[in-house]
Design a protein around this ligand. Structure first.
Ligand SMILES: Nc1ncnc2c1ncn2[C@@H]1O[C@H](COP(=O)(O)OP(=O)(O)OP(=O)(O)O)[C@@H](O)[C@H]1O
Ligand code: SF4
Ligand SMILES: [Mg+2]
Length: 364
């Protein structure tokens, strides 16, 4: 992790961070600009993602964290172009390797998806067809983009299964998904996801269902494969231990928006948003017993149809009184508080830092 020399806060807290001008050519491998994904429903418009921007380079890992319902999976499916345009309203820009995906035709998106991107879903069974062998599914995925014989593709499938640690891969390649244990299915899905050497890998809760030992093996595997393929990775998880281990940067989502963004070091050691403090106190971590981390954030996640006015976190925030009334009327913009570290909160920077150091950090 690069050590960043900090500029004085007053030089950084002035202007909101700007979203790139629409249509401007991207400078990063993946650039998401002002992404909005809304679902019209009988109850109203569900704004699952509402103005999200981030960048990611190859070889780097971005962790996305946030409570259930904050829009993490909707974001990842959006980046992969997997939302049905009939029931999802998607706007903004997603630039992947110089190609813009939001305005592209479904055919173009499909081609990009197969060539450049892969996803590890939370539930491996949902990503695998029960009636085809694991090997046949890897073969099919591989042959869509590689003009090779079935025999060559099968050899590739066996190789990939071996590399994800499936024992006797030449025999297990002919098993059906239900013949694999949970951990092996997860590995097989990772093999499937990586069999096309994706430049962008999105892993949505890849290890949630697995025991700690298997979790650690899978994380090693993702790291190794990233090194080999120089993939950009988006890692979505409830587990801050996983995020800390694998990510370079962290994006904290609340109510479909980015409320804090920074390096792992910033977000773990100098977090400035009261919601991030809550997450750090309530989320399980690999390095602690689950029972030691039971400081839930009070209240419930916001309605995405009617987000609270002002700061969406204000009904749950213990510090909303400290902002001269702004918290309930004005939506806080993301502002740079140190180089590369942005926070959306009306509280004065020095005050946030004091509260973190004096009241929060000692309790964690
Ligand atoms: N097709 C849809 N129609 C209406 N609402 C939807 C649709 N898909 C997702 N949502 C809503 O969008 C919100 C964000 O969902 P999302 O799955 O992204 O949450 P998440 O952050 O991944 O949560 P979790 O941690 O539980 O996986 C939820 O309130 C969900 O109900
Ligand atoms: S803007 Fe106000 S309500 Fe929102 S996190 Fe900051 S202090 Fe709390
Ligand atoms: Mg999800």
């Amino acid at each position: 992790m690069a050590d960043k020399s900090k500029r004085p806060a007053d030089m950084l807290d002035g202007a909101p961070t700007t979203v790139e001008e629409p249509g401007r050519p991207p400078t990063s491998f993946l650039e998401v600009r002002d992404l909005r994904i809304h679902f019209p429903t009988d109850d109203g418009l569900v704004k699952s993602v509402d103005g999200l921007s981030f960048k990611l380079e190859r070889g780097r890992t971005l962790g996305i964290v946030g409570e259930s319902g904050s829009g993490k999976s909707v974001t990842s499916l959006g980046v992969l172009g997997l939302h049905n345009r009939r029931n999802a309203k998607v706007s903004g820009e997603i630039w992947l390797d110089g190609n813009e995906l939001v305005g592209a035709s479904p055919d173009q998106v499909r081609r990009m998806r197969g060539r450049n991107m892969a996803m590890i879903f939370q539930d491996p069974l949902s990503a695998m067809h029960p009636f085809y062998t694991v090997g046949a599914q890897i073969v099919e995925a591989y042959r869509i983009h590689n003009d090779v014989s079935k025999k060559v593709a099968r050899k590739h499938a066996v190789d990939m299964l071996g590399r994800v640690g499936i024992p006797k891969p030449d025999r297990r390649v002919d098993d059906y998904p239900h013949q694999f244990s949970g951990g092996m299915r997860q590995r097989a899905m990772i093999a499937m996801a990586l069999s096309c050497d994706p430049e962008l890998l999105i892993a949505d809760e890849p290890t949630t269902a697995l025991d700690v030992t298997v979790q650690a093996q899978i994380l090693d595997l993702i790291r190794d494969l990233q090194r080999e393929f120089n993939s950009a990775i988006i890692m979505i998880t409830h587990d801050l231990g996983v995020v800390a281990e694998l990510s370079d940067d962290i994006l904290v989502m609340y109510g479909g928006r980015n409320i804090e963004y920074g390096s792992v070091d910033d977000v773990f050691h100098r977090p400035e948003h009261p919601y991030t403090w809550g997450l750090l106190g309530s989320m399980p971590r690999l390095d602690r017993e689950r029972s030691e981390r039971l400081l839930p954030i009070k209240g419930t996640p916001p309605s995405l149809i009617n987000l609270p006015q002002g700061c969406a976190f204000n009904p749950r925030c213990a510090y909303s009184e400290l902002t001269d009334g702004k918290s309930t009327v004005e939506r806080p913009e993301l502002r740079e508080t140190a180089p590369g570290h942005t926070v959306a909160c009306h509280m004065a920077v020095e005050r946030r830092r004091r509260i973190w150091a004096d009241e929060i950090a000692p309790k964690l």
